[in-house]
Design a protein around this ligand. Structure first.
Ligand SMILES: CC(C)(COP(=O)(O)OP(=O)(O)OC[C@H]1O[C@@H](n2cnc3c(N)ncnc32)[C@H](O)[C@@H]1OP(=O)(O)O)[C@@H](O)C(=O)NCCC(=O)NCCS
Length: 166
């Protein structure tokens, strides 16, 4: 069954719902200040999915310059997916993919040339989602998460084009 969801930019009124989703479905939780700071700085890459006016998923990102201060020397900016989650009832219907695709397109608007993210090595669903979008595992960070689990660092070039990982 195809879900009739829509995507739109996050707005401050969504904060409580998005924080609730974050706390319910991810072990990595953040303060309201952190969410609002990313919204203020990078509004185009903070996106929610809605169905029947209820938020069923979100993606929140940051735009980074790997070596701050040397941006003028041509070091490429990159988008960093900080957090993404979809309500379990709505999973495997393309919501996560569409959130990611919209975020990747928005990263290009911020002039990012690459997208990076961390995902738990045991998060098969997440890893499959990112692989399907052309991400590759770059390296593993041992005990990256607070509970000791390792992280895969995954990346792909931008712009996103279906079928290419660049
Ligand atoms: C990861 C997550 C965002 C995926 O959202 P989603 O809406 O289900 O993703 P999609 O429907 O777009 O899935 C796209 C593809 O990803 C892969 N995938 C997604 N979930 C999967 C799972 N549980 N097991 C295996 N593959 C999975 C599949 O290849 C899927 O394509 P298919 O359904 O045609 O087989 C969602 O499972 C979630 O919120 N998980 C908890 C939070 C989380 O782990 N976030 C990522 C942290 S890095």
């Amino acid at each position: 069954m195809q879900t009739m969801f829509t995507l739109r930019l996050f707005k401050p009124d969504d904060l409580d719902t998005v924080m609730q989703l974050n706390r319910s479905y991810l072990p990595e939780n953040y303060s309201s200040l952190f969410f609002m700071d990313l919204h203020r700085r990078f509004p185009k890459t903070f996106i929610v999915a809605e169905e029947d006016k209820a938020i069923i998923g979100y993606v929140m990102c940051r735009i980074e310059t790997p070596f701050p201060g040397v941006g003028l020397l041509g070091v490429a900016k990159r988008g960093h997916v900080i957090s993404i989650a979809v309500t379990p009832k709505y999973r495997r219907r393309g919501v996560g993919s569409m959130l990611m695709k919209k975020a990747l397109a928005a990263m290009v608007e911020y002039n990012a040339k690459q997208c990076v993210l961390e995902v738990r090595t045991g998060n098969t669903g997440g890893i499959n989602l990112y692989r399907k979008l052309g991400f590759h595992v770059k390296r593993t960070i041992h005990r990256y998460y607070a509970d000791g689990e390792d992280a895969c660092v995954m990346a792909r070039g931008l712009p996103y084009e279906p079928g290419s990982g660049n």
